[in-house]
Design a protein around this ligand. Structure first.
Ligand SMILES: [Zn+2]
Length: 119
């Protein structure tokens, strides 16, 4: 009886630890895949897109969020890896509300980011 209780206790504990470890590994793999995409995009944009696709899959399966700055380099519409001057066109607009527009050269989707104003 007593033995049984201590056994289930440890079981739950190690399961919890293991889950945290999996998420850690997933985070590392996602970051690695993005750095691979960053290197690959200059010679093979299709390969870069495959790395991103893998990173998105890992993120969905493990529910690990992709860091915001990395997520900005993925087209929301077609999931292409966006690299300024190669797979995306970046324009800074300094009008009334200063913003940056990023155009995906794969599908043409445009995203706008407001620039933080220095005050
Ligand atoms: Zn796109």
């Amino acid at each position: 009886m007593c033995k049984h209780f201590s056994f289930t206790g440890w079981g739950a504990f190690s399961l919890k630890l293991n889950r945290g470890h999996v998420r850690d590994l997933a985070r590392q793999r996602i970051e690695r895949l993005f750095s691979l995409a960053n290197q690959a995009v200059k010679s093979d944009a299709g390969l870069a897109n495959r790395y991103v696709e893998l990173a998105l899959k890992i993120s969905m399966r493990t529910r690990v969020r992709i860091p915001r700055d990395l997520k900005r380099s993925v087209c929301r519409k077609c999931n292409a890896y966006l690299y300024p001057g190669i797979t995306s066109r970046v324009r800074v607009h300094a009008s009334r509300s200063p913003h940056v527009s990023v155009t995906c050269l794969n599908c043409g989707a445009v995203r706008r980011y407001l620039l933080e104003q220095d005050s």
